[in-house]
Design a protein around this ligand. Structure first.
Ligand code: NAD
Length: 510
């Protein structure tokens, strides 16, 4: 059995240890989840919502303590822990408590004339025992939102939190237990990569994965062998496009926050800042000045927390080294505050081109990479020139132009004169295109991601036959021909005789 060390990345202080689940335990948990599924799917939605409400109230009542633990687990600032973890989670929970009944309600739909006598409806049915595998950058909300979506849709859930932030895994286990959910309806499977692999090998009925592209590909390859449906929330290299007519104060403040919040470890952070040539120099100077004014978080106050995972700091250092070797200029930052520390200086880099890793690969650190552009067309071409397509932002006072550009960006969400925020609106679906992911969550799509959409067509069952059943008669053929002509041509054309024949055929075997 493996053991995970829990330590505070900002201070290095060891917080404790956590036992990883064994392969046998993971498979046992899956058995429990499958056994708990039939009763849970029959539990009325109103009752399921009541459990989620209890969870939300627990999160609110323990918000300070939860924020403390997340700060200790991730190194992020207290404002970030409260805002992007606790607040974001309860906001989404409340949205789904209110909206789940209308989202999951069986939907009556119209029935074509040729199927006269039938009633049609679309149902949203749970999938079974589902796996949610989550990352370390927002360990609470990126776990709880999909877990709660899956539960409300009637699934039982196995959550594997990131081994990089195990303390948050423990606090989620406590929070979920506090809601009084029936045994084994949700289980937290602590552990690292191999535990994640065991979970996938236990053949869940759906995999909801948030994490890196590399892991996403491995999980998808395994899922493909067993045709397990997947949602993939993967990495990004988001562009921010700033035109000369933008409000510069707002754009610079937005770029700083969008590039550096959570020490840049945000899937939808600003990773490529494209600035129109006329204002490029001024923006670079002010970005550098303002970045240098930001304060490191000291456990009580400050703007920039420590990074969370030592391996991620090494990736950032390697990308900066590669960029500098190839001719990039560091305007500020570019290094840790001291050797061994996970605090990384807010960094602004210019003279960047596509031969550099920092321009094309996800950096996931407090680094803003600036590049100039001249025209709208060039901005769009540069923004779309990426294997990723998670999110993007466009900054200009000309909203027509903003929409024109937004419509041509290849990504899952766009902010106009803002950044990151489309993710925070629970009504809006979220996800990526290209290597940034497959599928959507948040909004109604967030519940449908955990449903089998099932179509049911109802007939009273009193007629012997349908129009299109055997025996195939000349009259039925004529009726079908008349239907095609009348219903789907450029204008309605049906003689009385044809109408009579159609009607007769519909009623022929009553
Ligand atoms: P990661 O891929 O290393 O790990 C994510 C999770 O997968 C962890 O729980 C890990 O233990 C598990 N895992 C690793 N290998 C596995 C395997 N073979 N089988 C099953 N599970 C396995 O990602 P990370 O470093 O934790 O997270 C950072 C990445 O997540 C970044 O690329 C970031 O952009 C992305 N991300 C995406 C979104 C989004 O919504 N699109 C949100 C946040 C983070």
């Amino acid at each position: 059995m493996g053991t995970i060390q829990m330590s505070n990345p900002a201070t290095g202080e060891v917080i404790g240890q956590l036992h990883e689940k064994t392969e046998v335990e993971v498979h046992e948990a899956m058995r429990h989840a499958r056994n708990a599924f039939p009763a849970w799917r029959q539990t009325p939605l109103t009752e399921r919502i009541e459990y989620i409400k209890q969870l939300r109230i627990y999160l609110v009542q323990h918000a300070e303590e939860i924020a403390d633990k997340i700060v200790a687990d991730t190194g992020k600032t207290r404002v970030e822990a409260l805002m992007t973890e606790v607040y974001a989670s309860v906001e989404f929970l409340k949205y789904y408590e209110k909206e789940a009944p209308s989202i999951l309600k069986t939907r009556k739909v119209r029935t074509p004339l040729a199927l006269f006598g039938h009633r049609s409806e679309v149902q949203y049915r749970p999938m079974g025992a589902v796996a949610v595998i989550s990352p370390w950058n927002y360990p609470l909300q990126l776990s709880l939102v999909p877990v709660v979506s899956a539960l409300l849709a009637g699934n039982t859930v196995l959550l594997k939190p990131s081994e990089v932030t195990p303390l948050t895994g423990v606090l989620m286990e406590e929070a979920l237990a506090s809601s009084g959910l029936p045994r084994h309806v949700v289980q937290v499977i602590h552990g690292g990569k191999s535990v994640g692999q065991h979970l996938i090998e236990s053949l869940p009925d759906k995999i909801f994965f948030t994490g890196s592209v590399a892991t996403g590909k491995k999980i998808m390859a395994h899922a493909a062998e067993h045709l397990i449906p997947v949602s993939m929330e993967l990495g990004g290299k988001d562009p921010m496009i700033v035109f000369a007519d933008a409000d510069l104060n707002r754009a610079i403040n937005g770029a700083l926050w969008g590039g550096l919040t959570n020490a840049g470890q945000t899937c939808i952070s600003v990773e490529r800042l494209y600035v129109q040539f006329e204002i490029y120099g001024a923006v670079a100077t002010r970005l550098r000045e303002q970045a240098e004014e930001l304060q490191f978080y000291n456990g009580h106050e400050g703007d920039i927390g420590s990074m969370t995972d030592p391996r991620q700091v090494e990736i950032v250092e390697e990308q900066i080294r590669d960029a500098v070797e190839k001719g990039a200029t560091i305007l500020c930052g570019g290094k840790r505050t001291e050797p061994g520390s996970l605090y990384f200086e807010p960094t602004v880099i210019v003279d960047v081109d596509d031969t550099m890793k920092i321009a094309t690969e996800e950096t996931f650190g407090p680094v803003i990479v600036m590049m100039p552009f001249h025209t709208e067309e060039q901005a769009i071409q540069l923004a779309n020139h990426s294997t990723y397509g998670l999110s993007a932002s466009v900054w200009t006072k000309d909203l027509n132009k903003a929409h024109r550009i937004s419509n041509q960006l290849e990504c899952g969400s766009v902010g106009i004169n803002n950044v990151i925020v489309p993710f925070a609106n629970p009504h809006m679906p979220f996800g990526g295109v290209k290597h940034s992911g497959i599928g959507r969550y948040h909004g109604p799509e967030g519940l449908y991601a955990f449903c089998h959409t099932t179509s049911v067509m109802v007939n009273k069952g009193t007629k012997k036959r349908e129009l299109h059943w055997y025996p195939y008669t000349k009259e039925a053929e004529n009726a079908i021909r008349s239907l095609i002509r009348s219903m789907y041509g450029d204008r309605f054309r049906l003689s009385k005789t044809e109408l009579k024949n159609i009607w007769k055929q519909f009623r022929r075997q009553e």
